[in-house]
Design a protein around this ligand. Structure first.
Ligand SMILES: *Cc1c(COP(=O)(O)O)cnc(C)c1O
Length: 463
């Protein structure tokens, strides 16, 4: 019988795995992404507001199955979210008529990545303790994943973590949040290239069977199912808080399609979602793909919202898998076309299906600045440029009669230059951030050459 705690690869060639092995695998051995064999149904109690940690346990329990005992899951979840500086963890703030920000930046590194990575760090620690083994964690970051992962994994003695970021293409705050962490198990690598280059290096290392085996490699990018799972929770708590106002529309600032895919998962589990609005900056491959089926990779253009400066959206493969009725042969063919020709076209019936739930909009730099200024003028609130992309797209695409929830993915103090440029006001860094940014930076620069990156990691990893 199909089970939610068993995972299948979108490319159909890798073995089905349970939750903990899926966590350690990251990417499937056939290059595909793991998804649950079936979508579990939300328990009825979750439709009413619950404390965040309780909601998180209820949502995640069917996905972890027997791999984690319920009381252990409860402890890991409670510990993870007690690192947040807001009691509600992911509070809603009204910014207009039936229009809300879902603040996801109250964790240790001030971006929504903390909601998943705080938990991921504890899952790894728990399973490594059980198995008496150690791993080498690798990850590519466009800015926020790196710091969230480093803060979740620092100082743990059963693993090393290597984070690749595109040199000169992350904000100073983002860089310092990574490079000022000097624990011996933390290794920062600046790659001479873009985020897509970093992500390609990570995927290549995972696909190299010998290297992967020698280093006991694991990945913490949102290609890892355990990154997606905790993100389903806040769609559900937000909808519960707004119960009675009708199905919610979510606007989601999007790069790698992980966060908005979690919204899709919530819908598949039975959440009454009116629409998911995919908000992109001028790196708009997803907006194009969802408008007319054209998924063709362009050049990455740097923007004020660097965490979305992505062309190859890895998690889109998970959606394609569903749109094509889990036909992994078809997914393999599309992915081969992507490699060979730089893109593919989504067929009409599948596109129509996607458009049933997803809308998309591209927001340019001027609109991003104007939105930050407008929100500040109307409410006094400062919002970060990623959130502004979400607000602008959400307002443009929303439907009457449905409350609009915009995912606020980063604290404005992570992007002070952009916020000041738009509003004339420099956001105050929370005390924890200010303290964390001081100190010496530690980071090595490498070319985008798989052999050199692998040699570096072999030399530095403790095995
Ligand atoms: C990572 C990130 C995004 C994009 O999320 P995806 O899951 O990659 O789509 C948006 N905003 C911020 C601030 C981020 O850090």
């Amino acid at each position: 019988m199909p089970q939610a705690d068993l995972y299948v690869s979108s490319r159909g060639e890798a073995p089905r795995l349970g939750f903990s092995n899926t966590l350690f695998a990251g990417l499937a051995a056939d290059g595909g992404l793991y998804v649950p064999e079936v979508w579990p149904t939300l328990p009825p109690a979750i439709r009413a507001p619950l404390p965040y940690a309780e909601a998180a346990q209820a949502v995640m329990l069917p996905f972890v199955g027997d791999d984690i005992a319920p009381d252990v899951l409860a402890r890991l979840v409670t510990e993870s979210y007690s690192t947040f500086d807001h009691a509600e963890v992911a509070p809603l703030v009204e910014i207009g008529h039936d229009e809300w920000l879902l603040e996801l930046f109250h964790g240790p590194t001030l971006a929504f990545k903390d909601l998943a990575l705080q938990l991921l760090g504890r899952f790894f620690d728990h399973f490594l303790g059980e198995r008496q083994s150690r791993v080498t964690i690798i990850g590519a970051t466009s800015g926020d994943t790196g710091s969230a992962a480093i803060h979740a994994f620092r100082g743990r003695d059963n693993l090393d973590i290597f984070i690749l970021h595109p040199e000169g293409r992350v904000s100073e705050v983002q860089r310092r949040q990574m490079t000022t962490v000097v624990d011996a198990n933390v290794h920062n690598i600046a790659i001479d290239g873009t985020f897509d280059d970093c992500q390609a290096l990570v995927k290549a290392m995972l696909a190299d069977v010998r290297f992967r085996g020698d280093l006991n490699l694991s990945a913490v990018n949102s290609i890892n199912w355990a990154r997606i799972m905790p993100q389903i929770v806040y769609y559900i708590t937000a909808a519960a808080a707004l119960a009675g106002r009708g199905p919610v529309t979510f606007a989601v600032p999007t790069g790698n399609f992980g966060d908005v895919y979690a919204g899709y998962a919530a819908q598949r589990m039975g959440l009454d979602v009116a629409r998911l609005i995919v908000a992109t900056n001028r790196n708009d491959i997803l907006a194009r793909a969802l408008a007319d089926g054209d998924y063709h990779v362009g050049e990455v253009a740097p923007t004020m919202s660097p965490s979305m400066d992505i062309q190859v959206s890895s998690n889109f493969e998970r959606l394609l898998f569903e749109l094509y009725d889990r036909d992994s042969t078809k997914i393999c063919a599309l992915m081969a076309e992507l490699v060979a020709d730089g893109g593919f076209t989504i067929a009409r019936p599948q596109l129509t299906r996607a458009q049933h739930i997803f809308s998309a909009a591209r927001v340019d730099e001027e609109q991003t600045l104007a939105t930050m200024a407008e929100v500040h003028g109307a409410t006094g609130l400062l919002v970060d440029p990623h959130t502004a992309v979400g607000i602008c797209a959400g307002r443009g695409q929303r439907e009457p009669g449905s409350p609009l929830v915009i995912l606020s993915t980063a604290h404005p103090a992570k992007f002070p230059e952009a916020v000041e440029r738009a509003t004339g006001r420099r956001p105050e860094p929370p005390p924890a951030l200010a303290a964390g940014l001081a100190g010496e930076e530690r980071c090595d620069s490498l070319p985008r050459d798989p052999a050199q990156v692998q040699a570096y990691i072999r030399a530095k990893a403790t095995l």
